[in-house]
Design a protein around this ligand. Structure first.
Ligand code: MLT
Length: 323
């Protein structure tokens, strides 16, 4: 009898510890971060900096998988519908808070089917033109857009991408009609802007700063409330007649809904440590941005930001029409 009881207690104890054992060993294989935009673009740049630093902390490769299309909603869906085991994550930005309004037939619910890990960085944006575009400055550009420049081509990463949201805000603020040219990310869009195939973009400094410094594209304005250190001579749109114009690309990491809490907390801890990495900080600074403070690289902070952003964008997107 004693033997049977001992075996039963031992079996029960193993059953109780088995799941935590799996989580204690996490990660036991490479982790994939899905970037729902083409390689070489601004979100990809942020993701690769974070992945390099998290690899050092987790002791497993953190790999990047680029899945472009539909403003990022395709790649985000792959993560929303992935196994909640901590091995497939999403790194993207404010766009995720607009997908519910812009894509009513999504196979997933952005506000419910993710498990927040934490915020990463808040990237300024720039309104930039091909280098031979006629207007010499932002004032002339805004006038041109209402006249000869009506219908100017405007590169984005697709409906709902932050480059698209910036274009919607610009149209709402000026009444200017833009001919939107969607790409699988603003990496390929930048190639066409530098090549002169499109007229304008509103893109993150992580993609535009180096091209501006190289004289490959023309900077008209920044979309932040105040000028930014790496482009001190570039005025804000808010000070150029578009009062209150402000948009930045806050980036974050999400896991699928149902990811075990110990894994989520391990990922948030790793993200917080990655954001103190001197190489990451230096590289981000050179691209016009900075990592968030540790208390923002947490699930609670991301949940709060996400909910507030849904409210902000739902009005603009419902007024402007969905697609
Ligand atoms: C966007 O939302 O515009 C995308 O982030 C651009 C990109 O990362 O390719």
């Amino acid at each position: 009898m004693k033997t049977l009881l001992t075996v039963a207690l031992a079996t029960a104890a193993m059953a109780l510890t088995a799941p935590t054992f799996a989580q204690d060993a996490y990660p036991s294989k490479p982790v994939t971060i899905v970037v729902p935009a083409a390689a070489g673009g601004p979100s990809d740049t942020v993701a690769r900096l974070v992945a390099e630093a998290m690899t050092r902390d987790l002791g497993q490769q953190v790999l990047i998988e680029n899945v472009g299309g539909a403003g990022g909603s395709l790649g985000a869906g792959q993560v929303a519908q992935a196994e909640p085991d901590g091995y497939k994550l999403l790194l993207y930005h404010v766009a995720v808070s607009t997908f519910g309004a812009l894509y009513p037939d999504l196979a997933y619910k952005p506000g419910e089917d993710f498990s927040s890990v934490g915020l990463v960085t808040d990237v300024p944006m720039t309104l930039v033109g091909r280098k031979d575009l006629e207007p010499a400055n932002v004032g002339a550009l805004l006038t041109w857009l209402k006249g000869d420049g009506a219908g100017a081509t405007f590169g984005t990463a697709g409906v709902g991408a932050v480059s698209d949201l910036c274009g919607r805000l610009l149209t709402e603020a000026t009444g200017a009609e833009l001919t939107v040219v969607p790409y699988k990310g603003t990496g390929p869009a930048m190639t066409d802007l530098v090549g002169g195939q499109i007229d304008l973009m509103c893109d993150q400094t992580t993609n535009t700063a180096n091209q501006i410094k190289a004289g490959e594209i023309k900077p008209y304005a920044v979309t932040t409330a105040a000028p930014i250190a790496i482009l001190p001579d570039v005025p804000t749109l808010a000070s150029s007649g578009l009062d209150g114009f402000e948009i930045t690309a806050w980036h974050a990491i999400w896991a699928p809904k149902g990811t075990p809490e110990p894994i989520r907390q391990r990922l948030s801890a790793s993200l917080q440590k990655a954001l103190t990495d001197p190489v990451l900080i230096e590289r981000m600074a050179g691209l016009g941005t900075a990592p968030v403070a540790a208390d923002l690289a947490t699930p609670a902070a991301l949940d709060q930001r996400f909910q507030s952003e849904i409210g902000r964008w739902s009005k603009l997107l419902s007024d402007a029409g969905q697609q």
